[in-house]
Ligand binder design. Sequence first.
Ligand code: CO
Length: 134
Amino acid sequence: MIGRLNHVAIAVKDLEASTALYRDTLGARVSQPQPEPEHGVTVVFVELPNTKIELLEPLGADSPIAKFLERNADGGIHHICYEVDDILAARDRLKAQGARILGSGEPRIGAHGKPVLFLHPKDFLGTLVELEQA
Ligand code: CO
């Protein structure tokens, strides 16, 4: 059911320093910072040949990333995102197998303008999983 790895998201405390690390030390192509107030993050996209890395810095008071950074002072992998062809079919299949969908259970429009859902980390090996309709 799942397809390509769309991105790995890394929560960071200092977006400028983290961007410089990927750009200068690792030699990767990076985007300009993109504020996404609806998602409580500012994001920099790191373009790799086969996938993306997203560097997420908290934006605003109730950012979902802020709590994660309280528990992970150095930052860390926040979630991984897999592509699916049909997000509602994927959701229904997962629900039928007992997996928990976060939030309302209805897809939201994610950072790339496409419908996304998040799956409970306790059901997926301790990893927050995002599904994005490709
Ligand atoms: Co994501």
